[in-house]
Design a binder for this molecule. Structure first.
Ligand code: PLP
Length: 232
């Protein structure tokens, strides 16, 4: 499996580029390699082949791996985040993609103030309105953002979503479109202190469709590292 990683990365970059061309885009789309369950050695290997940013979705894993990885990478937090664990990741990550609760925003604000930093965040949207899934309900996103807009130590940069699992990537397209429309509608409102420029959508199965629909970041795991041994 490891032997495939360099060519997998090259292929993902190439397909990202092709999707951009298809969409007539000339702006930047960032690859966030989703590294859950991958060892520090594998992460260093990926870095050698052009990966510059990684996303972890478990606090414990990030805590363990961050000091063990020698490459100069940007780390993102992309998974569900418990309030009491914010303190363990705040100074390691460049962005938290999964802000979806006021209590979590309050904790990030408090901890970031203490650390003397401003934490870039994305608001996670439960775009498929799925039960038990993280994310703010689509019709509550604006009021959520207005509530956290005054927080001085977190900086909303855009939106993130994990749409419902669908068998065909084309079936994800309407969700991506809805996310892009939401981003633009919120941008038009010009809410003070709120940036609406980043759209973190698209995973191994559907990152090309996501790029065609306006993703600025794709979070890709198995297309780079192969199938995981267990579901996370
Ligand atoms: C695992 C994970 C990904 C990547 O999933 P793949 O299907 O392996 O590409 C993206 N986003 C989140 C939040 C994840 O947990």
């Amino acid at each position: 499996m490891t032997a495939q990683i360099p060519q997998n990365i090259a292929q993902v970059f190439q397909r990202m580029e092709e999707a951009k061309v298809q969409a007539g885009r000339t702006d930047t789309v960032r690859l966030i390699a989703a590294t859950k369950t991958q060892s520090p050695e594998i992460i260093d290997l990926a870095a050698q082949y052009g990966v510059k940013e990684v996303g972890e979705n478990r606090v414990q894993e990030l805590k363990d791996k961050f000091p063990a990885v020698s490459s100069d990478l940007k780390w993102h937090f992309i998974g569900q985040l418990q309030v009491n664990k914010v303190k363990y990741i705040l100074e390691q990550v460049v962005m938290i993609h999964s802000l979806d609760r006021i209590a979590l925003a309050q904790e990030i604000e408090k901890r970031a103030a203490k650390a003397g930093l401003v934490m870039p965040v994305l608001v996670q949207v439960n775009i498929g309105r799925e039960m038990g899934k993280g994310g703010v309900a689509p019709d509550e996103v604006e009021s959520f953002i207005r509530q956290i807009a005054p927080y001085e130590h977190l900086s909303v940069q855009g939106l993130m979503a994990v749409p419902p699992a669908v068998p065909e990537s084309e079936q994800a397209r309407p969700y991506f479109k809805a996310m892009r429309e939401m981003l633009l509608a919120l941008r038009d409102k010009q809410i003070p202190h709120i940036q609406m420029r980043e759209l973190s959508i698209g995973m191994s199965h559907d990152y090309e469709v996501a790029i065609q629909e306006g993703a600025t970041m794709v979070r890709v795991g198995s297309a780079i590292f192969g199938k995981r041994n267990y579901l996370v």
